[in-house]
Ligand binder design. Structure first.
Ligand code: OAA
Ligand code: MG
Length: 237
């Protein structure tokens, strides 16, 4: 066996710890009110993630059901890393299971998201990491004895339509996962904090019957036009 000539294993850029800590105090879906890109569409939480996980992105690109690079990655990963595995939209062969997840967690990784399926769900839950993917499968990628290693580590990948590179930041919770550049997230911190502070008292007023969500959110001219339509009986009041 050998390694294909185009395989690259790159270092992952460092990410500012203070920014990661700031982001841990924020709320992922609030970023979803603002950003459109970077959310991995169709990638669902499978284990962990009961609270927000934030980490530095490292990547693994796999090719043709070959597991060797994801197994190798378990010896490169650093504490706080969030591993993104691009299994090339192969949803038949799971590329992460209890073995990989346990080895990543043992080195301090905080999460793993797979463009593809995962397996060993009980062990994934025990890993303590947040694990996301396109679902579960009972059989796996594996060492391919008759082919050279292909793919790459910390090369650009895609997951759920999002373009992801090492050194981005991942934010994952029960709702899913966002990948974004550190400066983009840093630039949104104040706005997200403001939105998070606005919502609880506003919703308390809605629950108390003092106002409605529509009154709080819709532009007055839109609300007036909709009220006129409703009172004309064209939509239900
Ligand atoms: O070994 C694999 O590639 C997938 C798996 O089952 C594990 O990580 O336990
Ligand atoms: Mg396994």
């Amino acid at each position: 066996m050998s390694v294909a000539p185009d395989v690259r294993i790159l270092p992952a850029p460092a990410v500012d710890d203070a920014l990661l800590e700031t982001l841990r105090g924020l709320d992922l879906p609030t970023f979803g009110h603002i950003l459109e890109d970077g959310f991995a569409r169709g990638i669902q939480r499978i284990a962990g993630g009961e609270t927000l996980t934030v980490g530095r992105v490292v990547t693994v690109k796999l090719v043709v059901t070959d597991s060797r690079l994801v197994h190798y990655m378990t010896s490169l990963v650093q504490p706080g890393d969030f591993v993104v595995v691009d299994n090339g939209h192969n949803t038949t062969h799971a590329s992460v299971g209890g073995g990989v997840a346990g080895a990543l967690a043992a080195r301090g990784a905080v999460g793993v998201a797979v463009e593809g399926t995962v397996t060993d769900v009980v062990e994934l839950r025990e890993s303590g990491m947040v694990v996301l993917g396109r679902g579960l499968a009972p059989f796996t990628t594996r060492t391919q004895p008759d082919r050279p290693v292909q793919g790459g580590i910390n090369v650009p990948v895609t997951i759920g339509g999002a373009s992801v590179r090492a050194g981005m930041i991942a934010m994952a919770d029960e709702n899913g996962v966002l990948f974004a550049e550190p400066d983009v997230l840093a630039g949104l911190v104040d706005r997200v904090r403001g939105m998070m502070a606005w919502e609880p008292p506003a919703m308390a007023r809605v629950r108390a019957g003092e106002t409605t969500l529509a009154e709080l959110i819709l532009p007055p001219e839109d609300l007036a036009a909709l009220d006129a339509l409703a009172s004309a009986g064209r939509i239900a009041p």
